[in-house]
Design a protein around this ligand. Structure first.
Ligand SMILES: Cc1ncc(COP(=O)(O)O)c(C=O)c1O
Length: 462
């Protein structure tokens, strides 16, 4: 068996049928699969006919996938794959460009245009440059790298060349996303290295007075020498926004680096512009955002932006004689983690070109309205308690305590969530609010319809 046993026509035929079957079946399949393990079998010594592979996919794989690309998968913050991005992603595989360095293709230029369009979409100045990443986690990791390089520069250390053993840094944050904490570990600061800043009452947003008090003490003691502040816009559970104007002013005063994790919260800017909850985002030194969340492009795709491209480059610079580059622009391999890179900017570019700002804004606004509709239903229900007013696309709730036995309401939040998920009609993930377990619904998929809302509400009502 060689790579050439099947014709392109056979590939197209199988793909078209499977695409249609999967997409048409999304509304009726269980949102989460009940089968989670593939049957064990040894590595095939010899290959098989293409048709055998297709049959195996039809019978053993496709039926056991989740409907995360459908309208009622409300776990985590899960976007769908919009039609144009899906199409563009097929082409990405067809073209199979390596967007590592310029000089051989238009692909790098398209990535730069996509980044520039994202800045226009979110009303950010064109001083922000960056790179398309595999997601918000890798963008947060680049944030940690770039901040590390900045603090090194303040202390006369080129961290990328000399390491960080002499680096003297304090990191502050109120409610960093778990991926940011992971990134601090991967960047060598340590996952436990950051100082927790108090939150405002009933909120995950930073109490900026508390940050200021800690900075005043450090300044008086002249230690440590450099400061990094990690802000959230918005937090993944409460969708709370740190006050970026107040924080950026403090950062300016104390020569601190400001990284803002705005993975999905940045989309609020489409509804309320630069004067809404993200006011001051334009003063960040670096920003994380996700495209596989609310831009609804396929996995995996995020973005890292910084106003200090030179520091990002200093962190990620790669140089070898065989890696000759495009003379005018920094090669993307010197701005990110990978050397060889997928053309994942293309579905982003195609989405922005096909739908424009208004199209994306309409989609995001629809999800916010749907989340509010769900919150309203929960608030009025006898079975559930809405834990926090819904302000964006995330709804926090739990079963009401002390009602009839045998009903969902007698269960813990987690038991209740598992039971709801087992209906196959809906999929939630857990969260913690005010120290208590809760159920979390995040609506970020372009495909969610009014019918999905009604199906979900029916499932919640039983
Ligand atoms: C605020 C925030 N930051 C980072 C992440 C991590 O994103 P990813 O899974 O794309 O790495 C998430 C995911 O939900 C998030 O909500």
């Amino acid at each position: 068996m060689t790579f050439t046993q099947q014709t392109n026509q056979q590939l197209f035929d199988a793909f078209k049928r499977q695409f249609d079957e999967f997409h048409n079946g999304l509304p009726s399949r269980n949102v989460a699969s009940k089968t989670l393990e593939i049957a064990t079998e040894p590595l095939p010594e010899n290959g098989s006919e293409f048709s055998e592979l297709v049959n195996y996919i039809d019978s053993a794989i496709q039926p056991n996938l989740s409907a995360s690309n459908g309208g009622r998968y409300w776990g985590f913050v899960t976007g769908g794959a919009n039609p144009v991005a899906t199409y563009a992603d097929w082409l990405v595989t067809t073209y199979n460009q390596n967007v590592a360095k310029g000089g051989d293709s238009i692909a790098s230029s398209i990535e730069r245009q996509a980044l520039s369009w994202l800045c226009q979409l979110f009303e950010l100045p064109d001083s922000f440059k960056g790179i398309v990443t595999t997601g918000a986690t890798s963008a947060n990791l680049l944030g940690a790298f770039t901040a590390r390089q900045f603090t090194g520069m303040q202390q006369g250390i080129n961290v990328a060349l000399e390491g960080m053993s002499q680096l003297d840094v304090a990191i502050f944050s109120a409610t960093p996303h778990a991926s940011m904490v992971k990134s601090l570990g991967m960047a060598g600061f340590g996952q436990n290295s950051w100082h927790k800043v108090d939150c405002l009452a009933e909120s995950e947003a930073m109490d900026v007075n508390s940050l200021e008090q800690q900075l005043v003490i450090m300044k008086a003691e002249n230690s440590p020498k450099s400061i990094i502040v990690i802000a959230s816009a918005a937090t993944v559970t409460g969708t709370d926004y740190d006050d970026l104007i107040a924080i950026s002013n403090l950062c300016k005063r104390y020569n601190a680096w400001l990284h803002v994790d705005a993975a999905f919260g940045i989309f609020e800017r489409l509804m309320h512009g630069a004067e809404g909850k993200t006011k001051g985002l334009e003063f960040a030194d670096s920003i994380t955002l996700d495209c596989h969340k609310w831009l609804n492009v396929p996995y995996d795709c995020g973005v890292f932006l910084t106003q200090h491209q030179g520091l990002l480059q200093a962190s990620c610079e790669v140089d070898a004689p065989y890696m000759m580059s495009d003379a005018n622009e920094v090669a993307f391999m010197s701005l990110g983690i990978e050397n060889s890179r997928r053309f994942r900017a293309f579905p982003v570019w195609a989405t922005l070109k096909a739908y424009g700002k208004e199209g994306i804004k309409a989609q995001v606004s629809r999800n916010v309205a749907q989340a509010k509709q769900l919150a309203q239903w929960l608030e009025a229900s006898d079975l559930y308690e809405l834990v926090k007013p819904c302000e964006l696309n995330v709804v926090l709730f739990k079963p009401k305590a002390n009602l009839a036995e045998e009903s969902l309401t007698a269960m813990s939040a987690n038991e209740c969530m598992l039971k709801l998920n087992q209906t196959g009609e809906i999929f939630f993930t857990p969260g913690v609010w005010n120290g208590e377990p809760i159920i979390r619904a995040a609506i970020s998929n372009w495909v969610t319809t009014e019918e999905d809302m009604q199906t979900a509400i029916r499932a919640l009502g039983h």
